[in-house]
Design a protein around this ligand. Sequence first.
Ligand code: 13P
Length: 254
Amino acid sequence: MTMRKPMIAGNWKMFKTRDEALQFIYAVNMEVPKREFIDTVICAQAPVLRDLVKRQGENVRIAAQTMHEETEGAFTGEVSAALLENIGVEYAVIGHSERRQYFNETDDKVNLKLHQAFRYDITPIVCVGETLETREANKTETFVGDQVKIALQGLGKDQVQSLVIAYEPIWAIGTGKTATSEQANETIKMIRDLVKTLYDTTTSEAIRILYGGSVKPENIESLMKEPHIDGALVGGASLSPKSFMTLVDAAYKQ
Ligand code: 13P
């Protein structure tokens, strides 16, 4: 059984000015455990990424919240993988449910973005997750399974082993409703089994799969105890250095 390194990724969404972002990074830089043991990632708005990269402590990593699938072109407002790589950003969140819902990020686009990220040495954190309706209709497995299959289409196993999947049930995002640890683990195990079917055991044991949706200091420990949950993608509770560090420490100690 492969030991997977845990990851805590704070997704700030459209929060924080430059001053607030810098205050945060200075507050956590020295507190974060060594990156040999845990990956600590901050996903920030594009205009502040370079400032964060310049000031990131050696154990903190910076991520974009989205990225365009084309190399360059007339795509006003978008951010290219080439530029992200060029300024030292190492990860990009791809297919977040808010991007899927408000910005037309379809499964096919998610797949193109994954391929593009790998052309530029950006590690994707690809998000999947079902609505409440889908869960209540007992269609979570098919729905999330299809999202994963399409997202990974055409990727080699080395690429799949290096990327990160975040399972974020839409009904648990920003609602205060967390999936129970067992529910989260069950769907994440289903994703891991699917990766095994699509690739092989080595790949399914290497790929890191995070849970996201109302992760807080109060529930992180029970989530991290589950065998298939490798960490968390966190919105609200990543905004204050104190609660973010509580999550990082809990994941590190697990
Ligand atoms: P919350 O942690 O605020 O529910 O957000 C989850 C999320 O969408 C992280 O990407």
